[in-house]
Write a protein that binds this ligand. Structure first.
Ligand code: TZP
Ligand code: MG
Length: 203
């Protein structure tokens, strides 16, 4: 899929609606704990909101529901890869991105033909727990070389003030949670991100 350089990772459809209203064009719905009924409702609603706004919509983790609900793209972690049926995902016409931390993860993502690869976490973050130290910017350059033209997503601890350096280090796309959703004025921050990233050419 064509990437927008700015990728917001959001925890419910209310956030999706708010951020679409700001002009965000690439959104991941990341719900870690909910009943199947709630998941179905949130995924369907977010899918429809994104479609109406002309935004790309990515479902984190829940690849079976993403297939069932006619979504176009999923994001899978290394744990998800242990159980995900990639043939079924492909057969249903979905694309998939994969999270990576190590060289082994990267090799796996490449071997599986991931459509995009996320490197995590670039900087320290409180939005997700990691055992390893943050990757740092130089590691993005290593991933860039190995991925060739495949899209590279930078995620974890990235603030608007870092965006230029993160793109310069090789990222095509920056995925963000807290710098927008925990900003004093999330709408203002989303718009500032859009202004800073508009016009970037991405993979
Ligand atoms: N996956 C890797 S790092 C991360 C996720 C969901 C957290 C990103 O959140 P923040 O607040 O932008 O660091
Ligand atoms: Mg996952």
């Amino acid at each position: 899929m064509t990437r927008d350089p700015l990728y917001l990772v959001l925890e419910n459809s209310a956030w999706v609606e708010r951020m679409l209203a700001c002009g965000i064009k690439l959104i991941q719905l990341r719900i870690k704990s909910a009943s199947e009924a709630d998941l179905r409702r949130e995924i369907s609603r977010s899918r429809d909101l994104c479609a109406r706004a002309g935004a790309r919509f990515v479902v984190n983790d829940h690849w079976r529901l993403a297939i069932d609900l006619g979504c176009a793209h999923v994001h899978l972690g290394q744990d998800d890869l242990r159980t995900a049926d990639l043939a079924a995902i492909r057969a249903a016409g979905l694309g998939f991105d994969v999270s990576t931390e190590t060289e082994d993860d990267l090799e796996r993502a490449l071997a599986l033909g991931a459509d995009g690869v996320a490197l995590q976490p670039i900087f320290a973050t409180t939005s997700k727990t990691f055992e390893r130290a943050p990757q740092g910017l130089a590691r993005l350059g290593v991933w860039r070389q190995r991925l060739r033209g495949r899209p590279l997503i930078a995620i974890g601890g990235v603030k608007l003030e870092d965006a230029g350096a993160v793109f310069a280090a090789g990222a095509d796309c920056v995925a963000v949670i807290s710098d927008v959703t925990r900003a004093p004025d999330p709408e203002r921050r989303a718009k500032d991100w859009l202004a800073a990233t508009r016009g970037r050419v991405t993979a």
